[in-house]
Design a protein around this ligand. Structure first.
Ligand code: ZN
Length: 269
């Protein structure tokens, strides 16, 4: 079994336009058309059983439409009609954050996604700390983009040190997932400051860029129970990423924890 903890989809009407624009700004190649059916096709071809989708709100006004699109997919997941499990998006500038969280919790979402770069808010900014504390209060998982985003040229807004600062303000939070192995392209800092803490790292996008020795070094210090297989589809292809994990020749139980068992536990499936 394989669970992909980090993918992106868009409503059919805007998928091709959105994927084209994102592909151009980051100079990356998309591996699907960004639709639900495109993701399902990749999952089938790659042997992925469940994919978690992570919507990114670039403006607070997108909450309603993202919530509605994701809610519909979530109902289909609950009915057994799809293998795509959506999280909801949230934005630090939403006026009634508490109301939004109540809505998210009521609809049955298991988690939310934030992206400090596209939301112009550092991870340890009071607004993001409020989001994390509300997620903690409601027992929700938070996935945040972490480290360098190749489509964004400004200052990195979720660095390992800022994560430590945010956790300090929160008094801990055991359902925080840092995308891109704790911090894309910041793996020395991830190793030094975050590895071994009560945090999850996903493997989205970075598998083709990290060398095996660094992956193993972080894995050994961080522990095999807090790493989640993820692709960042459409920006990576699941079958290639699964093969990279397999090429590390990890013990079977460790490989299975990364590929799905840790996700089953965290998602309470
Ligand atoms: Zn992503």
């Amino acid at each position: 079994m394989v669970i992909d903890f980090h993918t992106h989809v868009f409503p059919d009407k805007i998928a091709s336009k959105t994927v084209d624009a994102l592909a151009n700004s980051a100079s990356v190649k998309p591996y699907s058309d960004g639709t639900l059916s495109g993701l399902l096709k990749n999952m089938e071809d790659s042997g992925v059983n469940i994919s978690v989708t992570l919507p990114v709100l670039t403006k607070p006004t997108q909450f309603e439409s993202v919530f509605n699109f994701a809610s519909e997919v979530l109902s289909n997941f609950k009915n057994g009609d799809t293998r795509i499990l959506p999280f909801c998006g949230i934005h630090p500038d939403i006026e009634d954050l508490e109301g939004a969280f109540i809505k998210i919790k009521k609809a049955g979402f298991k988690g939310i996604k934030i992206h400090p770069e596209y939301q112009q808010t550092f991870i340890d900014d009071p607004k993001n700390v409020k989001i994390l504390s509300l997620a903690k209060k409601h027992g929700l998982i938070t996935v945040t983009h972490a480290g360098v985003d190749n489509a964004y040229t400004g200052e990195v807004r979720c660095t390992p040190k800022r994560v430590l600062n945010a956790l300090d303000k929160l008094g801990g939070y055991d359902k925080l997932v840092l995308a891109h192995f704790g911090g894309n392209e910041l793996f020395d800092e991830v190793y030094n400051h975050l590895s071994g803490l009560n945090l999850y790292f996903d493997t989205a996008f970075m598998l083709k860029n990290i060398d095996k020795a660094m992956f193993i070094k972080i894995l050994n210090k961080h522990g095999e129970d807090k790493i989640l297989f993820a692709t960042d589809s459409p920006w990576s292809y699941a079958l290639s990423d699964i093969n990279i994990i397999k090429s590390f020749c990890l013990p079977v139980d460790v490989e299975n924890k990364i590929l799905y068992k840790n996700a089953v536990k965290l998602l309470d499936l």
